[in-house]
Write a protein that binds this ligand. Structure first.
Ligand code: FES
Length: 293
């Protein structure tokens, strides 16, 4: 017996949005369906969408499925997740979102959530007139001939779900669950995707560091100086009956106007150097020099 969550059981016994959507030829409304799987393989899902053509929005979604408890619950969850979304927003829904909506699925049943995501794409591609054949040609080499699973499909499921073993890949997309001759290739793909992910992270960090080292633009510098003055300098001066206003910034020269008690104070030079210049140098750049106007 599988260890299903209460949400899975609830949607299995009382599925929401089960059935089909009739195309009543309403003006401004399109009805389309996408399907994946096959009854011969044990799982099949047909997802129906009712679309507001002007707004590209999903007004209603229904499903018909042939499969187990988790296939029914996943399909029902998918319809609840996508109703009211634009098509582009719906395309961002992943199998992980479906599983999370259900409070989780046993790993061996994750392929049901993947099937939902694929049916959604199939329906939207069909509505948009993207030929499925072209889409499939873009999917790269066939890795698992037993289940007809392509390299790109396996790569995607590894990336989106952080999969680390061929056994997990089998749970998510069935690849490797037949004769097993593709398992070594799946292991190679996992290694390649993991390496690519590590490289991408390293590139992101290097880019962020490079951006941090890039000189500030004048606009960025002025905004930062104003922020430090407002948040860290002026409250102290105001507490002593004074104040300061940013007058201008030329290169690294910061011109300020001392006000109130600060303007007539005999120690205004110390105020400039200690309270203002030192703080700006500490927070923004050691090169900044402050002078009064
Ligand atoms: S080729 Fe993948 S299980 Fe047979």
């Amino acid at each position: 017996m599988w260890d299903y969550t209460d949400k899975v059981m609830e949607l299995f016994y009382n599925p929401k949005n089960q059935g089909l959507l009739e195309d009543n030829q309403e003006p401004g409304i399109a009805v389309v369906f996408g399907e994946v799987g096959s009854i011969a393989c044990g799982d099949a899902l047909r997802l129906h969408l009712k679309i507001d053509v002007d707004n590209d929005k999903i007004l209603d979604a229904r499903f018909q499925t042939f499969g187990c408890t988790s296939a029914i619950a996943s399909s029902s969850a998918l319809t609840e997740l996508i109703k009211g979304l634009t098509l582009n927003a719906a395309l961002q829904v992943t199998n992980k979102d479906i599983a999370e909506y259900l409070g989780g699925l046993p790993e061996a049943k994750m392929h049901c959530s993947v099937m939902g995501q694929e049916a959604l794409e199939a329906a939207i591609f069909k509505y948009r007139g993207i030929p499925i054949a072209v889409h499939e040609e873009d999917e790269g080499a066939l890795i698992c001939s037993c289940f007809g699973i392509s390299e790109s499909k396996i790569r995607r499921v590894i990336q989106e779900n952080n999969l680390a073993t061929a056994e997990q890949v089998t749970s998510y997309v069935k690849a490797g669950g037949g004769c097993g001759s593709c398992l070594a290739n799946i292991d190679d793909l996992i290694a390649a995707v993991t390496k690519e992910s590590a490289l991408n992270i390293a590139t992101d960090i290097a880019t962020a560091q490079e951006q941090l080292q890039r000189p500030l633009t004048t606009v960025q510098k002025i905004a930062l100086i104003q922020k430090v003055l407002d948040e860290e300098v002026r409250p102290l001066l105001i507490a002593d009956g004074g104040d300061v206003e940013l007058y201008d910034v030329e290169g690294d020269r910061v011109q300020v106007a001392l006000q109130g008690a600060c303007g007539s104070c005999s120690s205004s030079t110390a105020t400039l150097k200690v309270a203002i210049e030192a703080k700006l140098q500490e927070r923004i750049s050691q090169k900044l020099l402050v002078e009064a106007v």
